[in-house]
Structure formats: structure tokens, C-alpha cells
Design a protein around this ligand. Structure first.
Ligand code: 5GP
Length: 184
């Protein structure tokens, strides 16, 4: 599972990872935030708060959180990956902690920005306003520290092609270990 703070380029990196490895299945999250103009309609399942909370009450999320950066709700719906696929989640740190508690075998990969300046610029290019960028960076610094303690691996997203290769290598080695463990 790939996690980290906003603006580290997790989404782009995961998209590249999925191009590199075809046995991976990306879970599509639910959110109560509005769709950004730059986003495709299926980036998330976009719902209102009542719909989200109905699903929470029905036990339909494996993790969910109110994201500190924007006060909106995000959740990973019950996983239904096709047989033989490994699940990829692209989520923030609180959700990652919930997943690790529920699925101890989950592999946590923290995606880190090369610097705060690069992270701020990525948020700006994505269309976030200056106030939300400042609040994300403040939350992000602390979360990055917590994330580094939780993570099984840390990948610095300094260069997309390089970082995606490193991530694919981690996926390969986790799959190999899981296959070996199953054979024993
Ligand atoms: P954004 O609003 O920028 O798309 O996402 C905000 C943060 O929420 C990002 O760090 C993103 O990875 C995270 N996120 C997206 N989907 C989920 C989810 O299902 N669960 C959790 N916990 N975080 C999510």
C-alpha cells in the first residue's frame, strides 16, 4: 500500500506503477470532497456526507478518515480485487495505520517529497489555493515524521521514472516473499 501526505505525487507514481505491473489492482476510494475540474469523473466515487456515513454504518469501508488537510471524508470500500491480483491503496497516513492494524501483512510504502518546496509547487500546479497549501504543508511535516516510523519502505519521489522503478522493485520482492511463504 502506498501512502503519504498530499502533494508528494502519489497518484502519478501509482498510475505509472500500474503501467509497469499488470497484476496490481487499484482500489477506488470514496470521498465527500468536490471533484476538481482537472480530475476525471472516476478519480473517486464522489458522494455526499449522508451517503458516506450510510456506508460507514453498513460496515462498507476497510478504513476511512476525515482528512486533516481539508476536513473531507475519504474511505477505502470493502476490497473486491479480482482473483490473483495484488491490491494497491493510495491513501493518507491515518488510513494506512488502520489498514496495518487490520491487515498486518500489508506492506506500507511511504512516498516522500524531495523537499517542502517541491511539495508546495505540486499542490500549486494542481490548483490548490495558498491557504490550503499552507495547512497541508504544516500537517504534512508532522505526518511525514509519523509515516517514516510506520513505513516498511520509503520512496522519495524525486524523479517519476526512477521512483516508479523503485516502487515496482518493492512490489516484486514482496510478491516473491509471499509466494515463498505460501510454498513453505
Ligand atoms: P485528495 O483530496 O488530494 O485527492 O486526497 C487527499 C488525501 O487523501 C491524499 O493524501 C490521498 O492519498 C488520501 N486518500 C485518498 N483516498 C483515500 C482513502 O480511501 N482513504 C484514506 N485514508 N485516504 C485517502
Amino acid at each position: 500500500m502506498v501512502f503519504g501526505v498530499g502533494g508528494v505525487g502519489k497518484g502519478t507514481l501509482v498510475a505509472r506503477l500500474l503501467e509497469l505491473r499488470d497484476h496490481l489492482w487499484l482500489s477506488r476510494s470514496w470521498t465527500t470532497r468536490a471533484r476538481r475540474p482537472s480530475e476525471p469523473c472516476d478519480a473517486y466515487v464522489f458522494v455526499d456526507k449522508d451517503q458516506f456515513m450510510d456506508r460507514v454504518e453498513a460496515g462498507g469501508f476497510v478504513e476511512w478518515t476525515e482528512f486533516a488537510g481539508n476536513g473531507r471524508l475519504y474511505g477505502t470500500p470493502t476490497l473486491d480485487a479480482p482473483e490473483g491480483f495484488d491490491v494497491v491503496l493510495e491513501i493518507e497516513i491515518d488510513g494506512a495505520a488502520q489498514i496495518k492494524a487490520r491487515y498486518p501483512a500489508a506492506v506500507l510504502v511511504l512516498i516522500a517529497a524531495p523537499s517542502l518546496q517541491v511539495q508546495a509547487e505540486r499542490l500549486r500546479q494542481r490548483g490548490d489555493d495558498e491557504q490550503s497549501i499552507a495547512s497541508r504543508l504544516a500537517v504534512g511535516e508532522e505526518e511525514d515524521r509519523v509515516g517514516r516510523r510506520m513505513a516498511d519502505h520509503v520512496v522519495v519521489n524525486d524523479d517519476l521514472v526512477r521512483a516508479a522503478q523503485e516502487l515496482a522493485g518493492i512490489v516484486d520482492s514482496c510478491r516473491r516473499h509471499a509466494d515463498e511463504a505460501q510454498r513453505e
